[in-house]
Design a protein around this ligand. Structure first.
Ligand code: NCD
Ligand code: ZN
Length: 346
């Protein structure tokens, strides 16, 4: 079949994004809201979002930073700590402040120092979440220095997540930004209340991208990209039509100076080109017909929300990705900077 020259799909949502705060917020919000109607907003600010009051205030700041022309709904999350109050979390879910809780193992990634040091400490909170249907979003990596960085997701699945799902069989769990074949199999063989998000960048790059001709800080994120066979397993999952794999960009902008550094931050800024990158993968896999379900249907279904009403159109035209994106005094290098993509949002 000849390729379509345009593709119109129901407006998508981003089920995992970092919108930041302060000077970066406007740039990040504008990029996400241009493509997505709603987004699950990560709470890893400094200090992290652990109360309803903090989430409500952050929600206001996001809406204040949103360009007038864009229609966008941020869905807020609570950052689990060893001592977080179960009543605060559950109350926030019941009154609509929180859509979910995020579990960062302490030390796993950017701004995770206040995260959970031992999952047993939050068992009472998880019990409450299970009883009210509140989703748990998981950064699935162990943090022990002795575990190889490329094995951290697999070890987490075996040593933390599998026992967790056994202990809380009714808990809704999203394993975020999966990077391995093992994570794909884990979700495929788990019950219906377990799902995963897949980023655009993990569908494009494998770990060679980190070392292509030299050290490439803009390809560095956590969980780090793995071998090609893992990337290909993620592609298979994304285009499979299995409703428990859905779109979550994990777009995570950092100032250029903090990426291009002796100790560069983890995070890839995909928001400006996310939908284009996903479309390219679905095209390469001959499954453009399944993009809409992955991007716009399976996420709302899992979260129990209605799908969006509006549409977006992608045109099959080359898109030259800029080298940098600037807003006020912020300078960020986007994913695919200086490259060409084959689709462009109309
Ligand atoms: C994220 C960030 O910068 O906040 N970084 C990343 O590499 N994905 C944190 C996270 O989601 O791990
Ligand atoms: Zn993230």
């Amino acid at each position: 079949m000849p390729l379509p020259t345009t593709l119109t799909i129901r407006r998508p949502d981003d089920w995992h994004v970092h919108l930041r705060d302060g000077p970066m917020l406007e740039l990040a919000v504008a990029a996400t809201a241009r493509q997505f109607a709603r987004a699950i907003v990560m709470p890893n600010l400094v200090p992290p979002i652990t109360t309803r009051a903090a989430a409500a205030a952050y929600h206001e700041r996001i809406l204040a930073a949103l360009p007038d022309a864009l229609d966008f709904t941020p869905l807020m999350t609570a950052y689990l700590t060893d001592t977080i109050d179960a009543d605060e979390v559950a109350g926030g879910f019941e009154d609509g402040t929180f859509a979910a809780c995020k579990l960062y193992p302490a030390g796993a990634t950017t701004n995770s120092d206040a995260g959970v040091t031992d999952i047993r400490r939050i068992h009472p909170v998880l019990e409450r979440m299970q009883s009210i249907g509140m989703p748990l979003l998981v950064h699935g990596e162990v943090v022990h220095g002795e575990v190889d960085v490329f094995d951290r997701e697999k070890v987490f699945i075996d040593s933390v997540l599998t026992p967790l799902v056994d202990r809380f069989p009714g808990l809704k769990v999203v394993l975020e930004h999966i990077t391995t074949e093992e994570a794909v199999r884990f979700v495929e063989t788990s019950p219906e209340n377990v799902a995963a998000t897949i980023t655009a960048h993990h569908l494009h790059i494998d770990r060679n991208a980190l070392f292509a001709g030299g050290l490439r800080p803009h390809a560095y994120c956590l969980p780090v990209a793995k071998r090609r066979r893992h990337r290909d397993a993620l592609r298979g999952a994304a285009v499979s039509g299995n409703p428990r794999f859905f779109l979550g960009t994990d777009s995570a902008p950092h100032p250029r100076s903090e990426k291009e550094s002796a100790c560069g931050c983890a995070g890839i800024f995909t928001a400006p080109v996310a939908l284009e990158c996903y479309a390219q993968v679905f095209e390469e896999e001959d499954r453009l017909d399944r993009l809409e379900a992955f991007a716009s249907e399976f996420g709302p279904r899992f979260y129990g929300l209605p799908p969006n009403e509006g549409n977006v159109t992608l045109e099959r035209e080359d898109l030259s990705v800029p080298d940098v994106i600037r807003h006020a005094d912020q300078v960020v290098v986007p994913f695919k900077a200086g490259e060409r993509l084959r689709w462009r949002q109309a």
